[in-house]
Design a binder for this molecule. Structure first.
Ligand SMILES: [Zn+2]
Length: 385
């Protein structure tokens, strides 16, 4: 027996009334309907977060005796509408990165929910800038030049799960490393860099296609021009991810990035395990001693200017864009769903007959607040509020 679900709501694209029938894990019918629908309920694709360090108290960058406890991240993210995510492993020793990868492989093998929700692994580092500022909260001792043999080992250990890497093109061998990644179908993103404009262009020529959390992982002060921010902003072949949590980027910067990048701007959460946790002082793998302020700002305890990942989820990122009038609901939703999907699958189209049924029904409340009413993953209802 297969589950049959019928969902209706206003389309995330244009607000037109939409009814979807779901069977066998797929959308089996798409109907425009005439009957009146609640004015505040919107239907669209589940969110995809390509940068998740951790969530709800669990951390992909920590080793657990009970590996399956990491499955809580997938379950908690489903409750906030994130139906696909990329566990993100940051700079560490080669052995520890191997261990963290194998942990995710085990998780995916033994936990169907995690297997369904984890769309790939994002390796952020260790091939980034060693310099204070661009390096952000990544531990300097493990930063190194790109090493293909090492990366290939991680790819093999991940059994195909590694699909994305963030690196700095400031290393001499970056272009050849990027070419090898592209050959293997790995998405290369530029981040945590002090690369020269020429190095940025060489990286793009070699196949880099994205900037990771553009505007963060930078020096506090840079030369007015040229610099690595202008060169990435001006490069039309680079999409860009941003962290829209209200702390990483001021609204006017997001507005300008949006003008520069157009439909190539997308959202990531960069959430750490402290996303969804109470304010206070914590000890974390990323950067060690971390403070989560009552406002939700996550920074190094020793330096409140130095952000250490975010404490939000993608849905809150959409809320922030709406609240600051930086995007419409439709646009912000695309930034957190179809656009990240299309980095890996250019033909991705979430609302059509035969599409995998990863869907959410959202209620838009006063003050631009959003609430997930239902989450459908692989055609099954996995969350309902
Ligand atoms: Zn980062």
């Amino acid at each position: 027996m297969e589950d049959r679900i019928v969902l209706s709501g206003k389309s995330f694209l244009d607000g037109s009334p939409l009814k979807l029938r779901i069977g066998g894990g797929l959308i089996s019918r798409v109907e425009k309907i005439a009957e009146p629908l609640p004015d505040d309920q919107f239907l669209g694709p589940g969110l995809m977060d390509i940068q998740v360090n951790g969530y709800g108290g669990w951390d992909y960058n920590a080793v657990y005796d009970e590996v399956l406890s990491l499955g809580q991240i997938s379950r908690k993210l489903l409750q906030v509408g994130v139906t696909s995510h990329f566990p993100t492993i940051i700079t560490n020793s080669p052995e520890q990165i191997s261990r963290l990868i194998r942990q995710i492989v085990t998780l995916c093998r033994e936990d169907k929910v995690a297997r369904d929700c984890i769309a790939g692994i994002h390796i952020e580092g260790p091939f980034i800038s060693p310099e204070d500022g661009p390096r952000g909260a990544h531990p300097r001792e493990f930063v190194q030049a790109p090493d293909w043999d090492l990366f290939e080992r991680w790819m093999v250990e991940s059994q195909g799960l590694v699909r994305m890497v963030t690196l700095s093109p400031e290393w001499d061998n970056s272009p050849s490393f990027i070419e090898k990644c592209v050959e293997k179908g790995i998405l290369v993103s530029i981040g945590h860099t002090k690369a020269s404009p020429a190095q940025v262009i060489a990286a793009v020529a070699a196949g880099a296609r994205l900037s990771t959390h553009l505007g963060n992982g930078m020096h506090g002060q840079i030369a007015r021009h040229p610099n690595y921010l202008w060169s990435q902003l001006a490069e039309d072949r680079l999409a860009a991810s941003i962290i829209a949590d209200g702390f990483h980027l001021p609204p006017e910067v997001i507005r300008v990035f949006k003008r520069a990048k157009g439909e190539q701007l997308l959202l990531v959460s960069d959430s750490t395990s402290l996303a969804g946790m109470p304010a206070g002082d914590y000890e974390l793998h990323i950067g060690g001693q971390i403070t989560l302020s009552p406002e939700g700002k996550l920074h190094l305890r020793s330096n409140p200017q130095m952000l250490a990942g975010s404490a939000m989820n993608l849905l809150q990122g959409i809320e922030f864009l709406l609240e600051k009038e930086l995007a419409t609901l439709s646009e912000a939703w695309k930034m957190a769903s179809t656009r990240p999907h299309r980095l890996f699958d250019p033909m991705f189209d979430p609302i059509k007959v035969g599409a995998k049924a990863d869907l959410i029904l959202i209620q838009k409340g006063p003050n631009q607040s959003l609430k997930v009413l239902k989450t459908i993953k692989n055609g099954k209802e996995v969350f309902s509020s």
